[in-house]
Design a protein around this ligand. Structure first.
Ligand SMILES: CC(C)(COP(=O)(O)OP(=O)(O)OC[C@H]1O[C@@H](n2cnc3c(N)ncnc32)[C@H](O)[C@@H]1OP(=O)(O)O)[C@@H](O)C(=O)NCCC(=O)NCCS
Length: 173
């Protein structure tokens, strides 16, 4: 049976600009976040990425959300104990009940005065109510060239994700 998204009030459904969803999170890497060599655990960074992404999704949808998918991740540079990790997120595009959020991760080292790009992640969140029913998400308004580029790219990534999901489902059946 196909589940229909719940209807919401007109006010909640008003389109919102990308800037309303923009979020930033910062973490200092502590020994408990690292492996025996003092490097940040990939799983810990993934947890922070999920949280930073959820912040943007919550701000845009003004509802509960669940993570439906995280696209593949590359970690470009190592992060060490004492480094400052900065995660910036915003909603790239809204579909119906789901939205793509982009998270860009930076590492700052205040002793070396350096700032490097660690990773970029794309996450899909689905808006739900307290009973777990899917909710339609308000439209997003990209205002800058960069936001418009991300919006277009998110449409292409959705097609790729759908094809991949179909492929995996067919493999399982
Ligand atoms: C994600 C989830 C809500 C999808 O529900 P569903 O009933 O199987 O999915 P539907 O086919 O109705 O799709 C709902 C939306 O999710 C999107 N979606 C579902 N699976 C997806 C995936 N793997 N990747 C990207 N988008 C996905 C669909 O495209 C659809 O988007 P749209 O409404 O904007 O077009 C459901 O599988 C779920 O609750 N999973 C667990 C989520 C969770 O607990 N996450 C935390 C990690 S454990």
């Amino acid at each position: 049976m196909t589940r229909q998204p719940m209807k919401q009030s007109d006010d909640l459904m008003m389109a919102r600009p990308v800037r309303d969803s923009q979020s930033e999170m910062a973490e200092i890497v502590l020994p408990n976040d690292a492996n025996p060599l003092g490097a940040l655990l990939g799983g810990r960074l993934m947890h922070w990425i999920d949280l930073a992404g959820a912040m943007a999704a919550h701000r845009h949808s003004r509802n509960y959300v669940v993570t439906a998918a995280i696209d593949h991740l590359d970690f470009w540079v190592p992060v060490h104990i004492g480094d400052l990790v900065i995660l910036r997120s915003s909603v790239n595009r809204v579909f119906h009940t789901s939205m793509e959020v982009g998270v860009k991760i930076w590492v700052e080292n205040y002793l070396l005065d350096s700032c490097q790009h660690v990773s970029s992640a794309y996450l899909t969140f689905v808006a739900i109510d307290g009973a777990g029913r899917h909710l339609k998400v308000p439209a997003i308004i990209p205002e800058t060239d960069e936001q418009r580029r991300r919006y277009e790219d998110a449409g292409r990534r959705r097609e790729i994700r759908r094809d991949e999901l179909d492929r995996r489902r067919n493999k399982l059946s």
